[in-house]
Design a protein around this ligand. Structure first.
Ligand code: GLN
Length: 195
């Protein structure tokens, strides 16, 4: 089982480490052709405007949209969540527009720019350690989107079929269970596709 990590910007090596702890092989994706060799894709945190620009420059917009159309799972963390969203609060143009959510960037304000907490996540037994860094929030979700966790009543983890999104950085802790959850999504999708 191979899971790609979009390697244009952000914490790529950390995601690859968490993927291997979760029992799959992590592959840094630098060219769009490489998407053909992986069964799932993680879009890491960083700066969503920069990631969006680089994705457009290197032809990833169509390639990732096609990847998603094939039902292959995609996991966006922090800036990666913003890149997946159909709508960004304010005037900003959205990027991939794959997930039926509205997001607010840098939603925790200056006082709480960066913090750690333990979250209850639906489908994972014990609380998950989450690192928030200038994190976005999910303001609204469409009918097909399941909310997996909230922090102070705000949505911070959600899933829409093969798409998973988290406001925080699961790759910056030793807790790899969210990666395990995603690897499980990838495993069941590719098992279904081979039938
Ligand atoms: N603040 C960044 C953005 O809006 C996201 C931060 C992150 O990925 N840690 O793109």
């Amino acid at each position: 089982m191979k899971v790609g990590v979009l390697a244009l910007q952000g914490a790529v090596a950390e995601h690859i480490r968490s993927i291997s702890l979760a029992g799959a092989e992590g592959v840094p994706i630098k060219r769009r052709e490489q998407l053909q060799d992986v069964d799932g894709l993680i879009i890491p945190g960083g700066e969503s405007t920069t990631i969006g620009k680089l994705m457009r420059k290197y032809g990833f917009m169509d390639a990732i949209t096609q990847f998603s159309t094939q039902g292959k799972p995609i996991f966006g963390t922090c800036a990666g969540l913003i890149v997946l969203a159909e709508r960004i609060q304010g005037d900003e143009e959205a990027h991939l527009k794959l997930m039926d959510i509205t997001v607010a960037r840098n939603a925790f304000g200056r006082q709480r720019e960066s913090f750690e907490t333990d979250l209850d996540v639906k489908g994972i037994d014990e609380k998950v350690r989450a690192v928030f860094i200038r994190a976005p929030l999910i303001l609204e979700v469409g009918a097909g989107v399941e909310v997996l966790s909230t922090y102070k009543d705000e949505i911070v983890t959600a899933r829409q079929r093969h798409l998973l999104a988290a406001s925080y950085h699961p790759e910056l802790t030793d807790d790899y269970r969210l990666h395990q959850y995603f690897v499980e999504m990838v495993r069941s999708q590719s098992a279904a596709a081979q039938k």
